[in-house]
Write a protein that binds this ligand. Structure first.
Ligand code: SF4
Length: 285
């Protein structure tokens, strides 16, 4: 067992390239767009930016929930920026992206959870080039069926909603419910069977192996065949402590089990995040 006061193991020391990161920051600032790479202080930022990969964070940088593992700031969200879909589309064009991931904080203050804004953003990107693949990573939208139907028909081909952890540890995800998140995934594919659904979890919060395997069974039961598994890293001393730095063999172990259980693609490694090398999921199947 370890906690955040224990030095990270060698496999969790990733290099950053400040000059490149700064260049990308300036580009995003000029375009008037936010990325979750920056807001969530993602450890993969230099690697992803070097490959022209980024995950756009729409609808502002403040979240209406208070998950104790998450670096995105909590607070009163800003009104929606009607220019944002176009701004994202312009940044996509400028970077010549062929695969785009769009996410948002949880917007419980909006009646549709932000579904319409997600859809407008997909449409703006598709208007640049219809062949661009768009992936959405959405909050639970309080299981609003109308909102989820819109999302499922937005033109995105893969839609993610993260379970984050096993049900016993859901106190780190205040305002969320494990069963509801499963239903969200189920509803998405029931409205549009041609989309793929994806989920993501973190290890190192104190989960047991059998709980992770049960979670994988639950995901398959609701038709979710794509999964990301990564190591939880505490963004600050105020956040939930890391219980364990899980070794790389354990990540491989869950990947092997999951693939045998019926997943189409699992990315599982300490640095895996839901949007990390996101283009590989559909390519890999
Ligand atoms: S893993 Fe995702 S959030 Fe992290 S830097 Fe890469 S694209 Fe951004």
């Amino acid at each position: 067992m370890a906690n955040k006061l224990v030095p990270k193991p060698f496999w969790l020391r990733k290099k950053i390239t400040p000059t490149l990161d700064k260049q990308m920051e300036i580009l995003f600032d000029k375009a008037g767009v936010n990325t979750v790479c920056q807001e969530a202080m993602c450890p993969n930022i230099s690697e992803c930016f070097a490959h022209n990969q980024a995950t756009f964070l729409i609808m502002g940088t403040a979240c209406t929930r208070n998950c104790s593992f998450c670096a995105v700031s909590k607070g009163t969200p800003m009104p929606l920026n009607s220019n944002e879909p176009q701004n994202i589309a312009k940044a996509v064009k400028q970077l010549d992206l062929k695969y785009v991931v769009i996410t948002s904080s949880t917007r419980d203050d909006l009646s549709d959870g932000g579904a319409e804004h997600f859809c407008k953003t997909v449409s703006a990107i598709k208007a640049v080039d219809n062949s661009i693949t768009v992936e959405l990573l959405i909050p639970d939208m309080k299981e609003n069926k109308e909102a989820l139907e819109k999302i499922s028909k937005s033109g995105a081909c893969i839609i993610g909603h993260n379970l984050e952890t096993v049900p016993r540890l859901y106190e780190v995800r205040k305002g969320a419910q494990y069963e509801r998140s499963l239903r969200v995934l189920n509803i998405l594919s029931s409205f549009n069977s041609s989309i793929a659904t994806k989920s993501g979890i973190m290890l190192g919060l104190g989960e047991e192996d059998n709980e992770v395997i049960n979670l994988m069974e639950d995901l398959l039961y609701v038709g979710c065949k794509y999964l990301s598994i990564g190591q939880y890293l505490a963004p600050s001393f105020k956040h939930t402590e890391v219980v364990e730095y899980v070794n790389q063999e354990k990540f491989e172990y869950f990947k092997d089990i999951g693939m045998k259980m019926g997943f189409k693609y699992i990315k599982s490694s300490p640095y895996t995040r839901s949007s990390y090398m996101a283009h590989e999921y559909l390519e890999g199947t």
